[in-house]
Design a protein around this ligand. Structure first.
Ligand code: 26V
Length: 799
């Protein structure tokens, strides 16, 4: 493989000629791009093969991260950087007159996820490889990733994400690892063999596509295995072939963008079982290539279940052990419950998965039978532990009211259950899952989320990375805690002004993007106040835009009231059928139209909605932020991870005491963040006393009244009906997420930001302190915590 620029150039031109029969100069830009990708993949392949061999030879334990989502983003730059070949490639290409950035722009995001949960999985894969731990990711190879968002007339329009259009150079199809997955049919008792058999099943072929996960500054290269559905050889006789192939293709066609409706439930259950069954089949076969049997399965494999989506791993592994390898129930259960660990990512009741028993029985008859038996035994166990407390039994039953409760199955079948931030775990243990914490003392634990500081600082913000190198060296890349060395420069006026300069450059870059994509001219000297995340009522983008409306109204009314110039920037995708969320997007755009075009206010206030928020766009947006909006209703955001990315890039958190904000605030101290709003206890009290009345806030605070009235008085829409849904959510449904209750406190927090920002020098200090304290939020730390407490892995030997 190439080690120098000259070798790179030779290899590049040779491949272009061999593949396309043209010279570098004659080749098309997409050809150059694809050759570069292929070269990087082949470069990684050597380490990839070595890693697999080493793990086998040393009989190492591996973690298998099962997740319906991996929001990988682009891989080209990340892989070149991690391999340490970026500069060679960049300079080699420059010699041919090729700007590497132009090639980078041709790569599609692998957007195989909805938001935080999927991006977390991607960060974990990067940290695992970079820390040299053996790991496998399992997921679905969706033909279409998370939809592409277009904004038309202020409304969100969804367009399919055809991410595989130019092919995917990173994946390698591995038919040798394929298997068939069984759906439908029924279960019969085979008296001769003394076991249950699943007969008349419909088969679907699962074919894996492996993607190398390149660690940084290590030879370790792990695997992300993407499963694709295809017709099996043995096709169903009772079904038309076209219908069969259609149904087969549907399984891995689309990622569910909809975390809000029950639509397509059956298909989603099919997706879940499909990748779980295929993934487990490949793990078991790999195990048996190295060891004589499955008795040591739990010693060599740990399976982390990313939320309840892959929880069918529990009954499926039971099925494999009992039906295919003749284990007794107790022995099998012992293996399963020493192999599986479950991460919970939300306490929102509506997000906790349940499947209708009838559906499960029909689609997965043998799996359902096993779940029934798990349920029966679990009830027996709880009865003994509960001293006949019937109520308790009802609260924890896996099968209840015609449904399978997946989180309960997950807790029963896992040796570890973790939350994703201290507050979240606390709420799980002491409230939402209190019964389970009592039944299984010690099973619950916390693993505060993290993000890879390589992608989210070193690579996406080279200007800041350079400044850090200059100030504190580069040990922080290997040891993110070393960012703390920056603390002693927080008072250094040169570093402060250099930091402000970096921030300015990044704001200029984002301002250019906004000009190009939105046609809006923004003031680079204004405060860039940014909220980017999925659109959901609990995240309260509405509170943010209501505050903007308030500022606008006040400045219009009172010429003596002027704010420090602000640019409020939003980015958010709404689930296609989530009408409220879509209305909030329309409202943000409608407010932007009015405010940005009003000459009285527009040198003070601008609003920008950036279309199609995703990983790559985030890499441009986050480094440009002055203020990071993290304003969810306390108790609702399990962790949040953009809060960590913003912090790393030197933005000040404006947030509630929710999720990981609590830990951010703890680390940076009150003087380096702005916290506002009700705390979890305050909200619990309001709920317990039933004492929250949105109308009281409306009637008693003229600012609130004015803002709320503007939703239906035609200020922001020609039709008074346009935002009626939002009005109703606040006023008729008693403001479920307490926006009005937090409004005053939010206004004050925003005023505080204004004041703090005016003192540029101190502001720089605050930002520097945030960067300095952000090492804890590297996913390297999170992974080390998982390794120590849950996975118990050793590093790969040939790292
Ligand atoms: C699911 C649903 C489904 C029904 C309607 C409303 C709703 C709202 C949220 C969700 C989220 C499902 C799980 C999830 O994505 N959780 C996110 O996980 C991140 C990584 O741990 C964490 O940072 C976020 O706070 C958490 O929301």
């Amino acid at each position: 493989m190439f080690k120098t620029k000259e070798e790179f150039k030779y290899e590049f031109s040779k491949r272009i000629i061999e593949t396309y029969g043209r010279t570098v100069e004659e080749s098309h830009i997409t050809e150059k791009f694809m050759i570069l990708e292929n070269m990087v993949r082949d470069y990684a392949s050597v380490n990839w093969a070595m890693t697999k061999m080493s793990v086998q030879q040393h009989e190492q334990k591996q973690v298998h991260y099962f997740s319906m989502e991996f929001l990988m983003g682009r891989l080209l730059v990340n892989n070149m950087m991690n391999l340490g070949i970026y500069d060679i490639a960049k300079e080699g290409l420059a010699d041919y007159g090729i700007n590497i950035h132009e090639l980078e722009e041709l790569e599609s995001d692998a957007g195989l996820g909805n938001g935080g949960l999927g991006r977390l999985a991607a960060c974990f894969m990067d940290s695992l490889a970079s820390l040299s731990y053996p790991a496998f990711g399992h997921t679905i190879r969706y033909t279409y990733g998370f939809f592409e968002q277009k904004i038309e007339d202020g409304y969100q329009v969804e367009v399919p994400d055809q991410w595989l259009r130019l092919g995917n150079a990173w994946e390698v199809r591995k038919p040798k690892h394929q298997c068939d997955v069984k759906f439908f049919g029924h279960v019969v008792w085979n008296g001769d063999k003394q076991k249950w058999e699943h007969v008349d099943a419909e088969l679907v072929r699962a074919v894996p596509y492996d993607v190398p996960i390149v660690g940084a500054d290590t030879k370790v290269t792990n695997t992300l295995r993407l499963w694709k559905s295809e017709p099996a050889d043995d096709i169903p006789r009772n079904k038309d072939f076209r219908q069969y192939t259609q149904e087969v293709n549907d399984i891995t066609q689309t990622l569910y963008p909809d975390d809000s409706t029950p639509a397509g439930k059956m298909l989603r259950l099919k997706q879940q079982y499909f990748f779980v069954a295929a993934g487990l089949n490949s793990i078991v076969r790999a195990h048996l290539r190295v060891y004589p049997d499955l008795h040591n399965f739990a010693d060599k494999n740990v399976i982390q279940l990313n939320d309840t989506h892959p929880v069918l791993v529990i009954p499926e592994l039971m099925r494999i052990l009992i039906d295919d390898y003749e284990f007794e129930w107790d022995e099998a259960w012992d293996i399963v419950t020493h192999t599986c660990a479950y991460t919970n990512h939300t306490i929102l009741a509506e997000a906790l998965e349940k499947w209708p028993i009838e559906m499960m029985k029909n689609l997965l008859p043998r799996i359902y039978q096993i779940i029934e038996e798990i349920h029966r035994r679990f009830i027996g166990y709880v009865k003994i532990a509960s001293n006949g407390d019937e109520q308790l039994l009802n609260r924890v039953m896996i099968l209840r009211d015609g449904q399978v409760h997946m989180a309960r199955l997950a807790i029963a079948g896992s040796f570890s259950v973790n939350g994703v931030a201290a507050l979240h775990t606390d709420i799980l243990k002491n409230r939402e899952m209190q019964d389970f914490d009592r039944i299984f003392p010690g099973k619950f634990n916390n693993k505060t989320n993290g993000v890879t500081h390589r992608r989210w600082l070193a690579y996406c913000n080279p200007q800041l990375a350079d400044l850090l190198h200059e100030a504190i060296g580069d040990s922080w890349i290997k040891h993110p805690d070393d960012l703390e060395k920056l603390k002693k420069f927080a008072d250094d006026s040169i570093i402060r002004s250099k930091f402000l300069n970096v921030k300015y450059q990044r704001k200029e870059d984002l301002a250019r993007y906004i000009k190009e994509h939105n046609g809006i001219e923004v003031d680079v000297n204004s405060i860039f106040d940014i909220q980017v995340k999925r659109l959901h009522a609990y995240k309260r983008q509405l509170l943010n835009i209501m505050h903007v409306i308030y500022l606008y109204q006040r400045m219009k009314e009172d010429p003596s009231f002027r704010i420090y110039p602000h640019t409020y920037i939003f980015g958010a995708k709404a689930a296609p059928s989530y009408y409220f969320a879509k209305k909030v997007i329309k409202l943000i755009n409608a407010v932007a139209d009015v405010v940005n075009n009003d000459p009285v206010t527009n040198q003070y206030l601008k609003v920008v909605f950036i279309e199609n928020y995703g990983v790559t766009i985030a890499e441009h947006i986050i480094p440009a932020a002055d203020v990071s909006e993290q304003i969810s209703t306390a108790g609702k955001e399990a962790s949040g991870t953009s809060n960590m990315k913003f912090m790393m890039n030197g933005a000040v958190t404006l947030g509630t005491l929710d999720g990981a904000n609590v830990e951010i605030a703890e680390r940076v101290g009150d003087e380096n963040c702005v916290i506002f709003g009700m705390k979890v206890e305050d909200i619990n009290k309001l709920k317990a006393d039933n004492s929250y009345h949105a109308w009281d806030y409306y009637n008693n605070d003229f600012r609130i009244k004015k803002v709320v009235d503007s939703l239906t008085d035609g200020t922001f829409a020609s039709s008074r009906e346009e935002f009626k849904l939002i009005f109703d959510e606040l006023m008729s449904h008693n403001d479920e997420y307490y926006l009005l209750a937090d409004f005053d406190s939010y206004v004050k927090a925003q005023e505080k930001i204004n004041e703090l920002y005016k003192d540029r020098d101190n502001w720089a200090k605050m930002c520097i302190m945030n960067i300095a304290m952000s090492g804890y939020f590297s996913s390297d730390r999170t992974i080390e915590d998982y390794v120590k407490d849950i996975w118990h892995l050793e590093r790969v030997a040939n790292k």
